[in-house]
Every structure is written in C-alpha cells, then in structure tokens.
Design a protein around this ligand. Structure first.
Ligand SMILES: COc1ccc(CNC(=O)c2ccc3nccnc3c2)cc1
Length: 330
C-alpha cells in the first residue's frame, strides 16, 4: 500500500539507496516494509520506527532514542547465522529506518499455528539453533529479554530451516567493560545485590532461558504452558508458582529427555534454572545427526564445518606448512 504522501517524507539517504514497497508486517513501534537495493535489486526488510511514539508532548526524550539507537548498535555488533543481520541504518529526527536482511519464511508463531506442532526431531533442530544464537548473545554480554515465537523468524518455508532471532527492542547491552570496572576498586559503595548477582545480567540471562523453555513447550505440544483460560488460577500465579504440566493427551509422543530439558529451563528460581551452556550439553541435544544438519544450515558454504572459534596463534612457517597444492585434474 504505497502511501505517496508518506513516501515523499522518506529521507534522501534512504531513497537514493533503496526502493521501499509493500508492508510486510506492523509492530508496536512501526512497520516493516519490503525494500529493494537500487542497482543490485537485492531484497531487504526495512523496519521503520516512529520516534513520535516515544515522545511525550512533542519532545522525544533523549534516553528513549538512545535506547532505540542502543538496539541498533547492539545489532550492528552481532554476527551470527541465526541472528538477523543489520544492513544499514538511516536516522532522522522523527523516524529511524533499520534495513535488515530479509527473511522469507515468516514467524515461528504462524508456523506452529499452521502445522499444529513440530515433530520432536524438527523441533530439536530449530531449538538447537535458537539456543546457539542466544548463547552467542550472552557470550557478547547481551540479553534479549523479549524472546517469543513472534521474534523467531524462519529463513524459508521448509520445515527444516535456518532460524533468525530478531526484535532486540528490549535487549540489554551489559557491556563487559562496566562489569570489570565495577569490581576493580574497593566495593565500599557497591550495593549488596551487585555483589550477589556478580554485577548484573545474571538474572536477565536466566530470563532468556525461561522464555526459550516456554517456546520449546509450545513447539512440541502446540499449546502454551500457561493460559488465562484457567478459571482456578490467574496467569501470574500460574507462572510464579510454576504451575504447568505435561498431560499424556498432548505429550505421549514426546521423549522424557525433552520434557526433562523443558522442566529445567522453566525452574521458577532463576538461580536454580539451567544455564545455556548446560542447555547445549543436555542429553536431548546430544544428537550428532541433528547437529550436523544444524551446522549445514548455519554454515552452508562449508557444508556445516563451523569456522574455527578462536584465532589460531600464528605459527612459524615450517616445512610442509604451506597450503596443500590443489589436486590437479588428472
Ligand atoms: C519478497 O518475497 C518475500 C517473501 C516472504 C516474505 C515474508 N517475510 C516477512 O513478511 C518478514 C517480516 C518481517 C521481517 N523482519 C525482519 C526481516 N525479515 C522480515 C520478513 C517477505 C517477502
């Protein structure tokens, strides 16, 4: 729905590089439109955030803009196959335009509704990618804080597909630097909870674990663990009391190891909840066939062999170190 008047307000910096076309989705703070790069015609998703929504009485509070810019900087700093890549940002006084890689499979939420629920093997393949992506985020000192099936996008319409985590609206960028500084000096003025939670982020990291546990519950059963349809108990009470169960009627085909992992991710006490490191070591994910498939989806050109994690220390070139000569066609 091309709205000429609106488009005439698009900043030159955006229009000279991209042609914006149809609306793909509408979110709380704006909409997402299909964009084509001029020249290459490469497809992108352009997220348009109206800062007016944040402003009170016409004045956009600095902190909210910086929060949104915070999201942008968070996204720009990230590089992972299962995290939406940011292509470009155009910032103007009223609007923020974030050009993102386009994902053509739509939302996990809609997929689960369409297929009722995932079979365990496919659910495990998608869940493993999510857990890997969130573990990567946590290793960068970032917590997502708003994980839900709407924020997990699917690269293609295939059942077995690459997933992309998106919408870092509420993410917290707990930069390690501030943590180190906090613990350098004498803790004369340090509040007890800072010492208790080792600086911060611990709880919010556990929040991501809980959310992903709820997503796994929904993927394998097709319905949510907590619902406001329950008469006897309201939603907050169900959640804070951890009142959820695995009725045979919906869970009979799901393995005990899968159920065990969900239970550990949805432990009410954040200190007792499983960490992402342990999630990735859980028996349910000790499945080489699944991991091989996941690696091939995440690192396709290298048929799944992940790039070396740490830079290998430069070795002195010694005999036989040079690149093996490519086999000559016989
Ligand atoms: C042009 O062909 C297309 C085919 C399928 C779609 C469905 N995708 C979408 O509708 C969509 C929605 C929000 C997004 N947010 C960030 C990144 N990509 C997104 C993609 C969009 C376009």
């Amino acid at each position: 729905d091309l709205n000429a008047s609106e488009d005439s307000h698009l900043p030159k910096e955006l229009v000279e590089k991209y042609t914006l076309t149809r609306v793909l989705g509408r979110g709380a703070c704006g909409e997402v439109r299909l964009a084509f790069a001029k020249g290459s015609c490469e497809k992108f998703a352009c997220k348009i955030i109206s800062k007016k929504k944040f402003s009170v009485g016409g004045k956009t509070p600095v902190n909210l803009t910086s929060q949104v810019m915070g999201e942008v900087n968070i996204l720009k700093a990230l590089k992972h196959p299962c995290i939406i890549r940011i292509e470009d940002v155009v910032d103007t006084p009223e609007m923020l335009y974030i050009v993102l890689e386009l994902v053509e499979g739509g939302e996990l939420f809609d997929k689960v509704v369409a297929i009722d629920k995932y079979d365990e093997a496919t659910g495990k393949l998608l869940f493993f990618q999510m857990a890997t992506a969130i573990k990567y985020l946590h290793d960068q000192g970032i917590t997502h804080r708003d994980l839900k099936p709407e924020n997990i996008l699917l690269a293609t319409d295939d059942l077995e597909t690459l997933i992309k985590v998106t919408d870092f609206g509420l993410s917290k960028f707990v930069d390690a630097g501030s943590m180190m500084k906090t613990f350098c000096g004498t803790p004369t003025y340090l509040a007890p909870e800072i010492l208790l939670t080792a600086g911060s982020g611990t709880y919010t990291k556990a929040i991501d674990c809980w959310s992903l546990g709820v997503i796994l519950f929904i993927m394998l059963s097709g319905y949510p663990p907590f619902s406001d349809e329950r008469k006897d108990m309201d939603l907050p009470k169900q959640i804070m009391g951890g009142h959820f169960s695995f009725p045979k009627q919906y869970w009979s085909e799901v393995s005990d190891t899968a159920v065990d992992l969900i239970k550990q991710m949805m432990i009410v006490d954040p200190k007792k909840r499983i960490t992402f490191a342990d999630v990735l070591n859980h028996p349910w994910l000790k499945d080489d066939g699944m991991r091989t498939k996941a690696m091939a989806l995440m690192y396709p050109d290298t048929d799944g062999m992940a790039p070396p994690k740490l830079p290998v220390a430069k070795r002195k070139a010694t005999e036989g170190d040079e690149e093996p000569t490519r086999k000559r066609k016989s």
